[in-house]
Design a protein around this ligand. Structure first.
Ligand SMILES: *Cc1c(COP(=O)(O)O)cnc(C)c1O
Length: 382
């Protein structure tokens, strides 16, 4: 088909944006390779959704002719009661990434700066650029956010600061006390986004007390999601807990029916299933310990993760490692798109999946060692 081109209609701000490139569906990988594959690429819950959420979705499927409740009343009511905040401090999104996009569109005007770290979740830099803003990133320090380096980059042009805690893709965290010290250096009229997508997995007692900070009235929004520990990534539901003015602005900007009936029902039910969360966290704890033991043994550099994934570096191009692992039916995520071309991110899976990825990595390391030896012998012989 020949299509007429309209080269100037899409503004350069949009035409110049990088595209988020999704991985191939697992079914396609399996079909191409003729083997069963495991997917440890997107930090999904290895145990699946809560059975209660599945039942809730099945129950309300028959009402799909009706529009969803645009206010998400019952889910916000449950969240407010559980988190000890007012309902007008909670806003729902089609995943928390939708909220990141909306916040950037609201707070970033052309020329404004969005400040964050290098080696962090790409959705924020993408959203800042989509809004016509400029991204400033401070370097990571030992695979973790360097809050001093971030604070040093604060100036008049910075409108929004984004912190992921724990960080994706490195899995590292900063403490509540470190957050407080950082916030004391951020001007009050700067929007702070604290992305806590993996908070349910964190068991360290010195982790975030961000909701206290919200309750104290700080101009800040905490983002959480049902996509990770709650196992509902496919249904798209996340939420923000923040200053009522921020919540109000997002409500003005969002599409009224952004969260579907099925997603609302699933999230409400998942929230009540404490047992499923407990099992998920426990299984993850065992998986993290297993990777922390095995990956260094294979000669891989890793970061200390408190989330449901681990970051590691083989010292090679991660894209090549990714391809080799794919051939063994193991799908992980090479981190070039987050600016870390040597990094691989591996989601903690079930015990069997974790064993399989470690075995595949061991084979990869052996063949790389073999190739190096071969090269050395080749040079010695010539
Ligand atoms: C996975 C993830 C999210 C959640 O995305 P959803 O849109 O809620 O599925 C948000 N922030 C970070 C850092 C993540 O890794």
């Amino acid at each position: 088909m020949t299509t007429k081109k309209f080269p100037r209609l899409v503004p350069p701000r949009v035409a110049g944006l990088p595209l988020y490139v999704p991985g191939k569906p697992i079914e396609e990988v399996e079909r191409e390779l003729g083997i069963s594959a495991i997917k440890l690429a997107s930090n999904e819950n290895a145990l699946g959704p809560s059975p209660k959420a599945i039942e809730a979705v099945a129950r309300c499927l028959a009402q799909s002719n009706r529009y969803p409740d645009a206010g998400g009343f019952y889910l916000r009511e449950k969240l407010a009661a559980r988190l000890g905040v007012e309902m007008d401090q909670i806003v729902l999104g089609a995943g928390s990434t939708e909220l990141i996009q909306l916040l950037c569109h609201i707070y970033i005007q052309p020329g404004d700066v969005g400040l964050t770290s290098e080696g962090t979740f790409v959705m924020f830099p993408l959203a800042v650029r989509a809004a016509g803003g400029t991204v400033v990133q401070a370097p990571l320090k030992d695979y973790a956010y360097d809050l001093d380096a971030l604070a040093a980059r604060l100036d008049e042009s910075v409108r929004v600061v984004y912190l992921a805690n724990p960080n994706n893709p490195t899995g590292t965290m900063f403490t509540a006390a470190e957050t407080d010290r950082f916030l004391a250096r951020v001007p009050e009229n700067v929007l702070v986004i604290l992305d806590e997508a993996y908070c349910d997995y964190v068991e360290r007692p010195d982790y975030s007390h961000s909701l206290d900070t919200v309750r104290a009235g700080r101009y800040l929004i905490v983002l959480r999601t049902f996509s990770k520990a709650y196992g509902l990534a496919g249904l798209r539901v996340g939420y923000g807990i923040g200053h009522p003015e921020i919540v109000g602005a997002v409500n003005q900007m969002r599409s009224p029916f952004n969260v579907s009936t099925l997603a609302l029902a699933a999230a409400e039910a998942a929230l009540e299933d404490a047992e499923h969360i407990r099992r998920s966290v426990e299984s993850n704890r065992r998986g993290l310990a297993y990777f922390a033991r095995e990956l260094p043994r294979l000669g891989l550099r890793t970061a200390p993760s408190v989330a449901n994934f681990v970051y590691c570096e083989t010292g090679r191009e991660a894209k090549e490692d990714f391809k080799a692992l794919l051939q063994m039916g193991v799908i992980v995520r090479p981190m070039g798109f987050m600016g870390m071309p040597q990094g691989l991110r591996i989601t903690v899976g079930t015990e069997e999946e974790n064993r399989r990825v470690v075995e595949a990595l061991a084979r990869l390391q052996e063949s790389a060692a073999g190739a190096r030896q071969h090269a050395r012998l080749g040079r010695a012989g010539s």
